[in-house]
Write a protein that binds this ligand. Structure first.
Ligand SMILES: O=P(O)(O)OC[C@H]1O[C@@H](O)[C@H](O)[C@@H]1O
Length: 236
C-alpha cells in the first residue's frame, strides 16, 4: 500500500551556560503521566513546500521565525512510530489515522532567548542540554544526535557559524569555551591560540577586560569582510 504521511522536525541548537542545548516543546495533553518533551515538528499540508512547512511549524509551535533553517536529513524508519502513545497523540492532534511517517529534519544554530506564542498543543518550550535529554518520542533522540554531529561538520567547513554565538567582542577564553561546548571536548590551549593567531578574520582589538580579578584578557572581534575574502580564495 502506498503511504503519504510526511512531517518536518526542527532542531534548534544553542549554547547556554557552557552547554550545548536543544529547544524542545512540552506536549499539553501528554498520553503518559510524565513531562513529555519533543522536537518542534508536525505533519505538512497537502500543497505545502517542505521549507515552508518547517518555518510554519517552528513559528506555530514556538513563536520563532528569525532563524535560518537548513534541511539536513530524512528519517523514515517504519519503526519510528512503534510507540503506541506517540501514535495516539498524533492521531488526536491531527484527527488522521497514522501508521508510519517520514520526517524531514531541519537544523539551525541560534542564540538562546525566551520563547513565547506557543501553540496550544504545547505547555512550554525549554532549552535542554543535549547530554541530559530524557527519552523523547518517535526517533527524536536519534534526530538530535544526528543534528549535533551535523553542526560540527558544518563548523569545520564554515567556521563563521561559531561567531553567531559570541558577542561582537569576545576573549580567546570565550571563543575556546564555545568551541569546546559545541564539540563536546577540551581543546589544547596553546594549540588553540596558535590556530586562532593564524586566522586573519579573528582580529585583536585595543580593548581589554576591566574589573576582573585575574589578568585582564584582550577582546577580539570577528571580521566578516576578511572572512568572506578568505572563503573566495579557498574556493579557487
Ligand atoms: O504534530 P505533533 O503531533 O506534535 O508531532 C508530529 C511528529 O510526527 C513525527 O513524524 C515527527 O517527528 C513530528 O514531530
Amino acid at each position: 500500500m502506498l503511504y503519504p504521511h510526511v512531517s518536518v522536525d526542527c532542531v534548534l541548537l544553542g549554547v547556554n551556560e557552557e552547554k550545548l542545548c536543544v529547544l524542545l516543546v512540552e506536549r499539553a495533553d501528554s498520553p503518559g503521566d510524565q513531562i513529555d518533551y519533543k522536537l518542534p515538528g508536525s505533519l505538512i499540508y497537502e500543497n505545502e513546500d517542505l521549507d515552508d512547512a518547517a518555518y510554519r511549524v517552528l513559528k506555530e509551535s514556538t513563536g520563532i521565525s528569525k532563524v535560518q533553517l537548513k534541511q539536513f536529513r530524512c528519517f523514515g524508519s517504519p519503526s519510528r512510530t512503534q510507540n503506541k502513545e506517540d501514535v495516539l497523540w498524533l492521531e488526536n492532534a491531527s484527527k488522521l489515522k497514522i501508521g508510519r511517517i517520514v520526517t524531514v529534519a531541519y537544523l539551525a544554530l541560534c542564540k538562546i532567548s525566551k520563547r513565547k506564542n506557543l501553540s496550544p498543543k504545547y505547555k512550554s518550550a525549554q532549552w535542554v542540554p543535549v547530554n541530559e535529554l530524557p527519552k523523547l518520542p518517535f526517533d527524536h533522540n536519534e534526530i538530535v544526535a544526528a543534528a549535533t554531529s551535523e553542526i560540527r561538520q558544518w563548523i569545520e567547513i564554515e567556521p563563521s557559524i561559531v561567531f553567531e554565538y559570541l558577542p561582537s567582542r569576545f576573549t580567546l577564553y570565550e571563543l575556546r569555551r564555545t568551541y569546546e561546548t559545541i564539540f563536546g571536548k577540551a581543546f589544547d590551549i596553546r594549540n588553540f591560540h596558535k590556530k586562532i593567531a593564524s586566522l586573519a578574520y579573528v582580529v585583536p582589538t585595543n580593548e581589554m577586560q576591566e574589573g576582573v580579578a585575574h589578568r585582564a584578557a584582550r577582546y577580539y572581534r570577528f571580521d566578516r569582510a576578511i572572512y568572506k575574502k578568505r572563503s573566495i580564495v579557498n574556493k579557487k
